[in-house]
Design a protein around this ligand. Sequence first.
Ligand SMILES: *Cc1c(COP(=O)(O)O)cnc(C)c1O
Length: 349
Amino acid sequence: MNPEIEKLVRPHVLTLKPYSSARDEYKGKEGVFLDANENPFGSVSGGSYNRYPDPYQRELKSKIADLKGVKEEQIFIGNGSDEIIDLLYRSFCEPEVDSVMTFPPTFGMYEASAGINQVEVLNVPLTASYQLDLEGIKARLSDDVKIIFICSPNNPTANLIDRSLIEEVLEISTGLVVVDEAYGDFAPEASSLDLLEKYPRLLVLQTFSKAWGMANLRLGMGFAHPDVVAMLNKVKMPYNVNGLSQKMAVEALSRVELRDQMVEKLVEERDYLKAELEKQDLVEHIYPSDANFLLVKFDQADKRYKELIEKQVVVRNRSRVLLCDDCLRITVGTRKENEELLKSLSSLS
Ligand SMILES: *Cc1c(COP(=O)(O)O)cnc(C)c1O
């Protein structure tokens, strides 16, 4: 096992013998399957869901490996990225002993999951330009910091974190560095995937929930050193990703052009929405976006948020979040939805 990784894993996880499910032992597809106490007649729901799914999602991983140019052993699939975040805590952080580092304002799940797992969070705020504060990070890093969460493009600020800063964090830290690229399909050239070979402590998170349009199916991807993937495999539930989701993801991977078309359209819509919002009196500033949403500073965000809700237009109020005073986060919708939003805003005074 890679010594840098071995030092990070919780001692009991290192020695854990994984649960062996009925389907772990026989890998063939043909046979008489009397091993898992399934119903051989079929599914009451209709469809064919009577057999347990592949616990390691082999077909899906082989397709993802081709698309991303990584090895199958470097891929972990979770029930959403949310599950992967939780599994990282459970595999690497000793409750009430270890800590993690986050860079607010950022995605709330890192802190929520820390709370559930009784792990302390060290917060090092982003700079005024929403980049990593290297001096602040250096001042608080120690070997107890087991996971460092970098979100790029960052939610809710919408910007990419400079790659040179991400590499710098990898150089100066000893913990696992998670780069959450949930919005990476909107800025693919900036991905950190190519750094995996150089840094065994890097884990890149991606998801089918945003650009792929499959949020309902709950599919997150973690790309990491095979030893990190092996630890997550030990801790996960045997059948964490259901068969229908696996099947739909395999289908989606044969239609990458459709994702790319949607991304292109969303980026066009984002630029249109930005240009139109800039004309509105209530809007004070729109931050640059590398994602499918805009962080928008209003004259009075709370008031505008409530007024929009009354018109059944729902955006995300981020005005009480650090460095986001009076900001609303607005997802880019269809042209019709964006026009509804703009119409509602122009009716306010
Ligand atoms: C939306 C989002 C995710 C996706 O989570 P899933 O559980 O895969 O749906 C992950 N990270 C960030 C920062 C997000 O905004």
